[in-house]
Unconditional design. Structure first.
Length: 71
């Protein structure tokens, strides 16, 4: 079983570029046992993006975040 990151603020603050790359690779391959695993990884990548956007920048396409104009 692969080591996974937790969604705690401490873990998110210490995440490395290699961990983000592995997370993104899992999402790209989309080879999960069930949809909840994929959703968990997606939420984790999104949480990392809020804490450290530079690490996630190459993988923003996986988050499919659109800018909204609220004006």
């Amino acid at each position: 079983m692969t080591q996974t990151l937790s969604n705690s603020k401490q873990d998110l603050a210490n995440v490395t570029a290699e961990e983000v790359a592995r997370l993104a690779l899992r999402l790209e391959q989309d080879d999960y046992e069930n949809p909840f695993e994929a959703l968990g990884d997606w939420h984790l990548l999104r949480a990392i993006a809020f804490q450290n956007s530079e690490l996630v920048e190459p993988y923003l396409y996986l988050l499919d975040i659109e800018a909204y104009d609220e004006a």
